[in-house]
Design a protein around this ligand. Structure first.
Ligand SMILES: Nc1ncnc2c1ncn2[C@@H]1O[C@H](COP(=O)(O)OP(=O)(O)OP(=O)(O)O)[C@@H](O)[C@H]1O
Length: 332
């Protein structure tokens, strides 16, 4: 039922960020500082020299690889800072990212960059300053990644149900995180239905909308005998957002966090390359729940729909065939 990742997907898979660009994306040369991160960086420098406790900024260099924001590395006498900026979007996007990074960081389970500061830029736009992580040359150990991710899911609990304190984005699509006590209701409304409405608005696609809504209203049988607890999710876990540090320890980046069913974390697994050792280690900490396989495509559907909305019709058939298969399986 899962569509294979073709050429189109490889390059648009997760927000146009081929993973190969990820591993070696830093370059070091010396253009004018403000040109590097695309902003007048006075506020960034000010923070680094005051709260960041640096006495000197030694070098500023651009970091490539992202699509939505401009990024730079600020080397100082107290270490390096990673800065992203966006000239047109206000601070809410980076506030969402910072909150997600902070909550993941506080679980002390898997390495994420520690967020330091989000600010607005004088002429509009915003920036985020976080810990700079030196990436290692090789991909991380899948088994450690699986275990640490499961530990994060286990540690990151919520007493408000499913959702998040702020809305954020998945790629550039808004992701609504209104707190909801029932997971099936949350996933149906704020994940599937939201994307289906977008597809109808953007493409006039009433076929996928109507079939998808029929599925969204009939998800309950897929959750029989399962207790779903809210877990802190990275939310956009694909290979481009997974790296490893110089010690070879896994690092996860660029999250779209919310509290959800832990299995929803595998919704991007069609672009993640998780192997057997990843899943074995994961399930040792977070045991597999009954019906896991039956729900796997349901969680991919959200991301396929998002890719359809972001990148166009190349993803429609994958989303449609998942919907059709479920409608047939559930006989609705
Ligand atoms: N904390 C960090 N330390 C060092 N490098 C980082 C850090 N976070 C991200 N990077 C590098 O910077 C690049 C851009 O970051 P990121 O992907 O978060 O950008 P973005 O534009 O916000 O996201 P998107 O890729 O979704 O457009 C990444 O490819 C990664 O290699």
């Amino acid at each position: 039922m899962v569509a294979s990742v073709g050429l189109v997907s490889l390059f648009s898979c997760s927000h146009l960020k081929p993973s190969s660009l990820r591993w070696f994306s830093s370059t070091t040369h010396k253009p004018k500082p403000s040109a590097i991160v695309g902003i007048s960086d006075d506020l960034v420098r000010e923070w680094i020299l005051k709260e960041g406790k640096a006495t000197k900024i030694i070098r500023i260099s651009p970091v490539g690889g992202g699509c939505i924001n401009l990024a730079g590395r600020y080397d100082t006498d107290v270490g390096s800072f990673f800065v992203k900026s966006n000239r047109s979007i206000g601070p809410s996007m980076f506030e969402g990212e910072a909150l997600g990074l902070r909550l993941m960081y506080e679980t002390k389970t898997i390495r994420v960059p520690r967020p330091f500061k989000v600010g607005s830029l004088p002429g509009g736009g915003s920036f985020i300053i976080m810990e700079f992580i030196e990436f290692g040359a090789s991909r991380n150990n899948q088994s450690v990644l699986g275990r640490q991710l499961a530990e994060m899911h286990k540690a990151g609990k919520s007493d408000k149900g499913f959702g998040f304190d702020v809305d954020n984005t998945i790629g550039s699509t808004p992701q609504v995180n209104t707190w909801t006590f029932d997971w099936v209701e949350f996933y149906a409304e704020h994940r599937l239905s939201y994307q289906l409405k977008l597809a109808r608005e953007q493409y006039g696609d009433s076929v996928i909308y109507e079939k998808g809504q029929r599925l969204a209203k009939n998800l309950k049988p897929l959750f029989e005998n399962v207790v779903v607890e809210p877990c802190l999710l990275h939310g956009d876990l694909w290979s481009g957002n997974v790296s490893s540090d110089k010690n070879g320890d896994p690092v996860i980046l660029d999250p779209a966090c919310y509290y959800g069913h832990n299995e929803a974390e595998f919704g991007m697994s069609w672009c993640a390359g998780f192997g057997g050792s990843f899943y074995n280690s994961y399930f040792e900490v977070m045991p597999k729940q009954p019906g896991f396989e039956k729900r796997r495509d349901l969680y991919m559907l959200y991301h396929y729909l998002n890719h359809y909305n972001l990148f166009g019709s190349g993803y429609r058939s994958s989303a449609m065939s998942i919907i059709d298969d479920y409608l047939q399986m559930l006989q609705v």
